[in-house]
Write a protein that binds this ligand. Structure first.
Ligand code: PLP
Length: 421
């Protein structure tokens, strides 16, 4: 007899895009067959960065006080104190943001932060109104899609599309279509955006900030790939914060996804709310990531490492992937989102005769994992053919893997178009 799960159980055990992604990632990492993994969000293993973390681990192992902080003590539910203090100091120095450690909450990865934040603000309120998170631009991060304790947590909008020098294009916030009424609990954007590599402009961010403050709702900025670390950005931009902004960071894309450390920079009221939720959900936050990086944050070395090693590493990777994709798709209708940050190329195949989900299956069969674009439209209710014409391709893996994977993508796309004519 199958087990009987609660409504919560049923909701949180169903098939999701995030599960498919993590499943693919897990099986590709453990399979004996050669799989070309251009699907997951795993960051690259950058030798200089790994060497620095290894050195730091050796130091910790040799220093009883640090070893105890890392393993032997529960941290405060806000997260390890010295890390929070050092980070507030770094952001004060770097950007002039008026922060103390009480503006910093740590979480078990930023995915957990989004679970807490979205459910903190959206859902049914005591006045009986069901409020939602507004995603002003889709495509947007697949990981948000299923975190709601109730259905229908998101409302989202289509972007406007700017045609750039072929084959490039760029999504923009459709500011004219953006209305924030009483049914909106908060606005959220990822910047740079996973999956598209879009870096919303400073002007767009200012417009969202002004709107959010005028309507009295927080602006959540998912900065998992952004500045000042890991700084996987390829264009100038300025991060902004005020006490209506909830600025979310992560240690994952520095190369530490196993440390599961998310960071939320927000007003003391929001930090306090997250702290209370953490105490219930997990007592305290893990200290492995925080203790590992704290001296690098205190000294600012983390910014230097990001600029010297992480940004150039991905800049070279994205150039190679773009070049390969253009070469392999010559003569086939295709567009690429302007690669401005993060670790993905977003490929749009206008008029693709099969769905992107079918293309994903054929590619998986051929030995290359990507993600079908249709997952990346959380909360978009209106039909839009565009959502079935896109793929997300990670360029974080080794050069030959990216090259071979893109060659196979070219082959399958070409076959799909040829079969239709
Ligand atoms: N936000 C974005 C935009 C991401 O791409 C990811 C991971 O891929 C996350 C959040 C979650 O990262 P983590 O939970 O590892 O901090």
């Amino acid at each position: 007899m199958p087990l009987k799960f609660s409504r919560f159980g049923t909701r949180f055990t169903r098939s999701t895009g995030a599960l498919e992604l993590m499943d693919d990632l897990g099986s590709a990492l453990t399979s004996d067959d050669r799989q070309l993994m251009l699907g997951g969000g795993n960051p690259a293993k950058i030798p200089e960065i790994q060497a620095r973390f290894r050195e730091r681990l050796e130091q910790i192992a040799a220093t009883p006080r640090d070893f105890d902080r890392m393993f032997a003590d529960y941290a405060h539910p806000k997260g390890e104190l010295t890390m929070r203090r050092s980070l507030a100091g770094l952001l004060r120095r770097e950007y002039g943001w008026p922060l103390t450690e009480d503006n910093v909450a740590l979480t078990g990865g930023s995915q957990a932060a989004f679970f807490m934040l979205f459910n903190l603000f959206a859902g049914e309120h005591p006045d009986g109104v069901k409020r939602r998170i507004l995603l002003p631009v889709t495509p947007e991060y697949v990981g948000y899609t299923d975190v709601g304790l109730t259905e229908g947590l998101f409302r989202s909008l289509r972007p406007t599309i700017e045609e750039l020098e072929p084959p490039f294009f760029k999504y923009h916030v459709d500011l004219a279509a953006l209305h924030v009424d009483d049914s909106i609990a908060a606005i959220c954007v990822s910047r740079p955006t996973n999956p598209t590599g879009n870096l919303l402009t400073d002007a767009e961010m200012e417009a969202l900030d002004t709107l959010a403050r005028a309507r009295g709702v927080p602006l959540i900025v998912d900065n998992a790939y952004g500045m000042p670390f890991p700084n996987i950005v390829f264009r100038d931009a300025t991060p902004q914060w005020n006490d209506n902004t909830i600025f979310c960071m992560s240690l994952s894309k520095l190369g530490l996804p196993g440390a599961r450390t998310g960071i939320v920079i927000a007003s003391e009221e929001v930090v306090d709310a997250l702290t209370r939720m953490t105490a219930v959900l997990s007592l305290a936050v893990g200290s492995v990531g925080p203790v590992l990086v704290q001296p690098l944050i205190e000294s600012g070395e983390i910014i230097d490492l990001s600029r010297r090693f992480i940004t150039p590493y991905y800049r070279a990777k994205v150039a190679l992937a773009c070049e390969a994709l253009q070469r392999e798709l010559t003569g086939v209708p295709h567009k690429i989102h302007s690669p401005e940050g993060a670790i993905f190329l977003w490929l749009w195949l206008p008029g693709l005769p099969i769905s992107s989900a079918e293309l994903y299956r054929r590619l998986k069969q051929a030995g290359v994992f990507v993600l079908s674009g249709h997952y990346f439209f959380p909360g978009l209710e209106e039909p839009w053919q565009h959502r079935n014409e896109c793929l997300r391709i990670s360029f974080a893996q080794e050069e030959d893997v990216v090259r071979e994977g893109i060659a196979l993508i070219g082959e399958e796309v070409r076959k799909a178009f040829a079969a239709a004519t």
